[in-house]
Design a protein around this ligand. Structure first.
Ligand SMILES: [Mg+2]
Length: 373
């Protein structure tokens, strides 16, 4: 009865963003994704996605390298294998290939989608079952302009699309950033949660000054203030300030989480299926964080709808997401390649229903946005 993997296609897709998205390491005007279409011997199709931020600006894998990894190295290993033996295939890829977690995440997602469609169950059921059907989603204010950001946030609060906001800082002088953040927090008031993401841009002494100022301004959370490999700085800063730190780039998988927690870190962690190498691996990391008393947050690499849905299925199985999620990627893009977009409302998003991820490709849109050679 077991079905085998018949074909795997990886497709580069470029979709413009609704506005320039300014981060400490790059400004995005387009989001590039790798969409994986995996077909089995029964004619079912599993969808996966690998997406990163700004080509090679965020991490060592680019959309183009993910496609090459899948086409050249993963595909020959996977074709002809039993599609339902997800753990066996995961172990096989981990043994044959170091790193490349974005590519692995896309494959694991496609296998889970395929399995869900075969069993007529949502992916969340394959992960033990959803405990929440509607997940909170924050919005990132990253136009680079204080007045524009305030207007954007007030509109979103009024329409109840978001009530928590993350500000991307770190590319300007410290006090310019602080003034920007404090002005936004003051304009939005107590009703909105304001957090910042520094994306590793500060050294430890700048971070210490920055955190004191942000704490005084009423900011709720400081994400990855210092370089990813400097675990000791994160630990010292988490001991020194009561404003919590969210570890993001510093923590990719369960082992990283264990090391940082064992070193004395307290605060929160951004889970990302892409960093961990897939939804299952991200949940392993969540278990370590929970055991260490570290708060959970559903993170994004600004995935489109397929990668966002895969993340939501994973996060929906967690009892508590202390800091909610940032699964707004599809809203940052001008268009979508799926038939039915995710339903964002009431400061969150609904977990998609239906077998697998619950997502269907719009073939015309895919043809429109796929990269032409
Ligand atoms: Mg981050």
């Amino acid at each position: 009865m077991s079905s085998t993997i018949q074909s795997i296609e990886s497709i580069l897709v470029d979709i413009p963003t609704i506005r320039p998205h300014k981060l400490s390491m790059t400004t995005m005007g387009v989001q590039s994704m790798v969409i994986v279409r995996m077909k089995d011997s029964d004619g079912l199709e599993g969808l996966g996605e690998a997406t990163t931020i700004g080509g090679l600006a965020y991490g060592p894998e680019s959309p183009e390298s993910v496609k090459l990894t899948i086409d050249t190295y993963f595909k020959p290993q996977l074709i002809g294998q039993s599609a339902d033996q997800i753990n066996t295939l995961r172990v096989m890829l981990n043994r044959s290939t170091r790193g490349n977690n974005l590519a692995k995440s896309a494959i694991e997602t496609a296998l889970l989608d395929l399995q869900g469609k075969r069993l007529n169950r949502p992916v969340s059921d394959l992960l033990g079952g959803a405990v929440q059907q509607h997940l909170p989603v924050l919005w990132t204010l990253a136009s680079g302009d204080t007045a524009k950001d305030i207007k954007e946030a007030l509109d979103l609060i009024e329409t109840r699309r978001h009530c928590a906001f993350k500000l991307k800082i770190g590319s300007r002088a410290l006090m310019d950033d602080i003034r920007h953040v404090a002005a936004i927090k003051e304009a939005l008031g107590e009703a909105a949660s304001v957090r910042v993401d520094v994306n590793q841009a500060w050294d430890e002494s700048t971070a210490a000054k920055g955190m004191a100022e942000l704490q005084a301004a009423g900011v709720d959370l400081v994400e990855q203030p210092t370089p990813m490999k400097d675990h000791a700085a994160l630990v010292r800063l988490s001991e020194r300030f009561h404003i919590p730190i969210l570890a993001d780039e510093a923590v990719a998988d369960a082992k990283d989480m264990y090391n940082l927690a064992a070193a004395g870190f307290s605060g929160a962690v951004a889970l990302k299926i892409a960093k961990a190498g897939g939804p299952v691996r991200a949940l392993e990391q969540a278990a370590v964080a929970q055991a260490a008393g570290i708060g959970l947050y559903g993170g994004t690499l600004l995935e489109g709808t397929i990668g966002t849905a895969a993340s939501l299925h994973a996060w929906s199985t967690l009892e508590t997401l202390h800091w909610g999620t940032e699964m707004f990627g599809p809203l940052l893009m001008k268009d979508d390649i799926v038939v039915k977009p995710l339903n964002f409302h009431d400061n969150g998003v609904d977990l998609p229903t239906g077998p697998g991820l619950g997502i269907e490709i719009d073939e015309d849109k895919l043809a429109l946005y796929r990269r032409k050679d």
